[in-house]
Design a protein around this ligand. Structure first.
Ligand code: NGS
Length: 276
């Protein structure tokens, strides 16, 4: 577990003039505490986040500043469970974080990667240096799974109940991943071309891998997740063709080809980006 700390990227605190000491992470990882969905929300130490769903620990200076980005459309009850749970979970980690929900407001098939690009663009403008790209139906259950960036992009949700705690294939890179903003920019984010289920995460794996950023994973014990049940989306029939075409298109299809048709609303528990 100490290896995990060696792989984490820590930033210098923004405000060194305060008397606060830097937050520590070692105890959290080594404690290896499993939490249950029911008990976590009874935690009395919960602090109301700042408007837009931002939180900074009060007793120490966070060395990790993370934007948690959730691609979203029309799953109200899952969003409520996720947001409530994640604030309790993340506040146990001594990190500075903010939750962004990127909502696709049209009738086209869902474009998960494009929503993640929008969330990441806003997070970059607000100087978040670590991105966690996260599906709304996944809940981490071990607080030792620090929501920060490692030196390499990290596949976080590698130990998932619905996969019977196995990896379906080695290069799977969906669900929940972390990547530094610098690395995300370097690969031009994700492709905007994948409408419907499947393939966009495999294409993203290819982008990072071919840029020399081979993704890593941590100890499965600390990377346990449960998935909330939902109806499966329709698969994108063109995904294999798109994956082939995407190899040539990565430089022009991604962060640099987003049209900024969005609006931003600060909700109490998250920042809501509506993409039309
Ligand atoms: C692969 C998909 C990925 C998807 C993964 C797990 O087959 O996009 O399954 O999906 N790749 C292609 O279709 C090319 S899951 O069971 O979590 O819905 O992430």
């Amino acid at each position: 577990k100490e290896d995990i700390l060696n792989h984490m990227k820590f930033r210098h605190p923004e405000n060194v003039s305060t008397a606060l000491k830097s937050c520590t992470y070692q105890d959290i990882i080594l404690e290896n505490e499993f939490i249950e969905i029911v008990t976590i929300t009874q935690n009395k130490s919960f602090q109301k986040p700042l408007s837009g769903g931002e939180f900074k620990p009060k007793h120490c200076l966070a060395l990790i500043k993370t934007a948690l980005i959730v691609p979203y459309r029309n799953r109200t009850s899952q969003l409520a469970i996720f947001i409530n749970y994640m604030h309790f979970f993340l506040q146990k980690q001594n990190i500075h974080y903010r939750i962004f929900v990127a909502n696709q407001n049209d009738t086209l098939p869902f474009n998960r990667a494009k929503m993640l690009n929008y969330g990441a663009s806003l997070a970059m403008k607000l100087n978040y240096d670590c991105l966690v790209l996260h599906d709304v139906d996944l809940l981490p259950i071990n607080v030792g799974n620090i929501y920060g960036c490692a030196k390499l992009p990290r596949h976080m949700s590698c130990n998932l109940d619905t996969f019977r705690y196995n990896l379906p294939y080695l290069s799977i890179f969906g669900g929940a991943i972390s990547i530094s903003t610098k690395q995300f920019k370097m690969v031009n984010g994700m492709s905007n071309s994948f409408y419907g289920w499947g393939g966009e995460d495999d294409d993203f794996y290819r982008r990072v891998n071919t840029s020399g950023l081979k993704p890593c994973r941590f100890d499965p014990e600390v990377n346990r997740y449960i998935m909330l049940s939902h109806k499966k989306q329709d698969a994108n029939k063109n995904r294999f063709l798109l994956m082939k075409l995407a190899v040539r298109e990565s430089e022009n299809d991604g962060l640099n080809s987003l049209l900024h048709h969005w609006s931003i609303k600060l909700e109490d528990l998250y920042t809501y980006i509506t993409v039309s």
